[in-house]
Design a protein around this ligand. Structure first.
Ligand SMILES: [Zn+2]
Length: 288
């Protein structure tokens, strides 16, 4: 009974997605022009459908900042007593301050030295109706010479991600998620992933350019696809920034410096804002 119910919902969602622009064959009645906003004008009213992703249909207003680690999990520890969970919380609060100042609603997945597991982080982001998700981390490497900034976004080509999204959305184990649910999840993961890549490039570029302008040499380790749990559980465009290496003397010294953290926060917030403004203006022009 519950399985059948889920299947009906899944079919309704896929049909809604097809109506929203995919080039799948449609019956003549369904092919009649859809009203703006996606309502169909056919005689038989479609069943109420859940939007493919809520954040796709509203302007970006709420930005979730996720300070990596916390509580029992210190994350990377480094030179001069640097502890990743402390740096990420400090930096997240600074980013929140800037975003709030620029008119965004900024929410944090933790605002204390609290143990928060990864599923809970994404649950908090969803509960806050986040439109964008920024996870902050400090890198560490066996080689002390490794340094610089790298930014990750969801790797949509990894099937596990889609299966996990499918399982989460449908409340079943990944191996039980049917083909239909998997197709649905892949459509969603693919859309979130491409937007996340754009977001990653904006944020990464703003950070690297800003740091180089003020501090000179800053290693650009690039924008990469990564298999991070918080990224593939996220239902909104999400990026994870590794803001330096705890294991590198120069990075560690910078990460303990107030002026450096201020600049880093300013650049992170500026990259997020640039993406949000561009995305909101595209949405406004489409609905005009
Ligand atoms: Zn970390």
């Amino acid at each position: 009974m519950r399985r059948a119910g889920r299947l009906v919902v899944a079919v309704a969602i896929v049909l809604a997605a097809v109506g929203a622009g995919c080039a799948a064959p449609r019956t003549p009645r369904e092919a009649s022009p859809a009203a703006p906003g996606g309502e169909t004008t056919g005689r038989s009213a479609p069943a109420p459908v859940k939007p493919l992703a809520e954040w796709e249909r509203r302007p970006i207003r709420t930005i979730v900042i996720d300070p990596g680690h916390g509580g029992r999990d210190p994350g990377a520890t480094g030179l001069g007593g640097l502890v990743e969970k402390e740096i990420t919380l400090d930096l997240a609060r600074r980013v929140r301050g800037r975003l709030a100042h620029w008119g965004f609603h900024a929410v944090m997945t933790r605002d204390d030295d609290e143990t928060v597991d990864l599923a809970e982080r994404t649950a908090r982001a969803d509960a806050a109706h986040g439109d964008l998700f920024l996870s902050l981390h400090v890198n560490s490497a066996p080689r002390a010479t490794a340094s610089g900034i790298e930014t990750y976004y969801l790797d949509e080509s990894d099937e596990r991600h889609s299966d996990d999204v499918a399982a989460r959305e449908n409340g079943v184990a990944p191996e039980q998620a049917g083909d239909l649910q998997r197709t649905l999840a892949q459509m969603r993961v693919s859309e979130v992933s491409s937007r996340s890549e754009l977001l990653a490039r904006q944020v990464h570029g703003a950070v690297v350019r800003g740091l180089r302008a003020r501090y000179g040499a800053t290693e650009d380790l690039g924008v990469r696809k990564g298999p991070f749990y918080v990224l593939f559980l996220s239902s909104m465009p999400a990026v994870l920034v590794e803001v330096g290496f705890a294991s590198n003397p120069r990075d560690a010294e910078r990460l303990r410096d107030d002026a450096y953290l201020e600049l880093l926060a300013d650049r992170l917030a500026s990259g997020l804002t640039a993406y949000a403004i561009a995305s909101n203006s595209v949405m406004a022009s489409e609905t005009r």
